[in-house]
Design a protein around this ligand. Structure first.
Ligand SMILES: Cc1cc2nc3c(=O)[nH]c(=O)nc-3n(C[C@H](O)[C@H](O)[C@H](O)COP(=O)(O)OP(=O)(O)OC[C@H]3O[C@@H](n4cnc5c(N)ncnc54)[C@H](O)[C@@H]3O)c2cc1C
Length: 479
């Protein structure tokens, strides 16, 4: 619906009354900045000179109360509200595809309390991960959610797409670390979830906001479990001839509860390309980094047991240096000059499944991508980085170095590769995603992923957000 200019101005002045004139923008340059997150599609589109839908208003509220008032306006005029943390999402979750009010949460950046007895921190949801971490480190503490995007992502952005960090294998995903939250619902109500999650006092409704990616409301505050900074961090690397034995070694470490904080297993293609380029190692096989932390004696014993498993499965011990170097350079893989970047085409089709299915998922996806798009000299690489007692996450990627020059053709090819990858994943029992979220990118697979449960989710969405204002078009809701 095209609004009359005077009405657009009226809405702007109502928003301005809430946040103050310094904290609202309708400048074209700001709108352009907020028209893309970190996903390949909009970045490619802009790179090729095509315009993107921009927000109508960008607001920077300072409290849950201000966000609640913004929701009232949005409901009154039926305007979309799009939450924006750091904009580092890779799935288009924060794109204002229908315009509307873009709510940048970064003024909600206060640490409210660090409880050194219960080991919790309560902070506003717009705080940047690294800033929160610095404050915790001063007290010898750490929030053990270490995403490669910590320098630019927010606490709310950790939780909303159910993110996973580098040391999740021991400490859990962001959603496992959160104890309670304050949320502004699409109706403007401000609610607090129970103070602790593990209780038997009714259904666990607070999980509804984890993975909703802003479609069920805006998280404004969270209490997170923290840990002591570990006394020791032991890192080591091993090399397997084949992926099968490497996956089996990881499975045994997890099912026997050896408690590694990291198992990072690169498939032979990644070992040959990304690991060689970024870390400079000339390994042929499947390179695996292992980490054990905490009490030095316990960590050493866990490492010893893990190495026994690896030796039994034919791994070569590479010693500490290739493990420690990986830890020191673990984020280099994702930042200039080493990150994948335009004009290349790429996608991270990450997935998760149980141990009995993981090899089938990996090989089916690899085949679908490599054989289906051989004409484009596609490359398929993967690593296994977040391990559970029951299964493991595959961080798979496709790369095409010479994609079509035309933006629309490039978009179509990108979608075709994603389709092939996702069909293969779902047909073999994998989930369409483990930690990047659904956003816009994966919205079209949600009906198939959820099957008979999808209409139930749609009903929940309609109940929570009766006017459909919250982040429309994301997670499969609100087209
Ligand atoms: C270099 C790089 C490395 C990355 N590494 C990792 C990694 O290791 N692990 C990982 O999990 N992800 C990773 N990501 C993906 C992404 O950074 C994370 O998902 C991150 O947590 C998103 O946080 P953000 O604040 O930038 O959120 P945004 O990108 O701003 O938003 C993401 C989604 O959450 C919604 N949202 C944001 N804030 C709120 C809120 N307060 N309430 C409700 N909804 C909200 C948005 O509407 C959007 O749908 C990486 C991204 C990059 C660019």
């Amino acid at each position: 619906m095209k609004r009359a200019l005077f009405q657009a101005e009226m809405i702007r002045s109502e928003l301005e009354e809430i946040v103050g004139p310094a904290f609202i923008s309708v400048e074209e340059s700001d709108k352009l900045v907020y028209s893309t997150d970190w996903s390949w599609m909009p970045q490619m589109w802009l790179d090729r000179g095509r315009p993107l839908r921009t927000p109508d208003y960008i607001v920077h509220p300072a409290s849950a109360e201000e966000i609640s008032e913004i929701m009232e306006i949005a409901n009154k005029y039926r305007i979309p509200v799009v939450p924006w943390g750091g904009g580092s999402g890779t799935q288009g979750g924060a794109l204002p595809i229908f315009g509307g009010i873009l709510v940048d949460t970064k003024r909600l950046d206060k640490i409210i309390e660090i409880d050194e007895k219960s080991l919790t921190v309560t902070a506003q949801a717009g705080i940047i991960g690294t800033q929160l971490e610095w404050a915790l480190n001063e007290k010898g503490l750490t929030l053990p959610h270490y995403p490669a995007s910590a320098n630019c992502a927010t606490l709310g952005g950790y939780l909303a797409p159910r993110g996973t960090g580098t040391i999740s294998t021991k400490y859990g995903k962001a959603e496992d670390l959160v104890l309670s939250m304050e949320v502004v619902l699409p109706t403007g109500e401000i609610i607090h979830t129970p103070p602790v999650p593990q209780h038997a006092s009714g259904p666990d409704f607070f999980r509804l906001f984890l993975g909703a990616e802003g479609t069920f409301g805006i998280i404004t505050e969270a209490t997170m479990q923290v840990d002591y900074l570990p006394e020791a961090r032991l890192l080591r690397a091993v090399l397997f001839d084949d992926l099968h034995n490497a996956l089996e070694a990881g499975r045994l470490m997890m099912t026997r509860r050896l408690d590694p904080f990291v198992i990072r297993l690169y498939d032979p293609a990644s070992t040959l390309t990304r690991v060689r380029k970024i870390l400079g190692y000339d390994f042929d096989g499947a390179y695996m980094v292992l980490g054990f932390d905490g009490d030095p004696d316990i960590a050493a014993l866990q490492e010893q047991k893990a190495m026994e498993i690896c030796a039994r499965l034919g791994a070569r011990d590479l010693g500490r240096e290739p493990g420690e170097a990986w830890w020191a350079h673990r984020y280099d893989f994702y930042y200039p000059p080493q990150n994948l970047k335009l004009p290349w085409m790429y996608g991270t089709t990450e997935t998760v499944t149980t141990y009995d299915r993981i090899e089938a998922v990996y090989y089916a996806e690899k085949k679908a991508v490599e054989e289906g798009f051989a004409d484009w000299n596609v490359r398929f690489i993967g690593h296994f980085s977040h391990w559970f007692h029951w299964g493991v996450m595959l961080y798979s990627r496709f790369i095409i170095e010479e994609p079509p020059a035309d933006a629309r053709e490039a978009l179509r090819l990108h979608n075709r590769v994603w389709n092939a990858a996702m069909q293969a994943v779902m047909a073999n029992g994998g989930m369409i995603n483990e930690h990047h979220g659904v956003g816009l990118k994966l919205a079209r697979y949600m009906r198939r992923q959820y099957g008979s449960a999808w209409p139930f989710l749609l009903r929940l969405k309609r109940m929570i957000d009766p006017n459909g204002i919250m982040n429309p078009g994301k997670v499969g809701f609100g087209f």
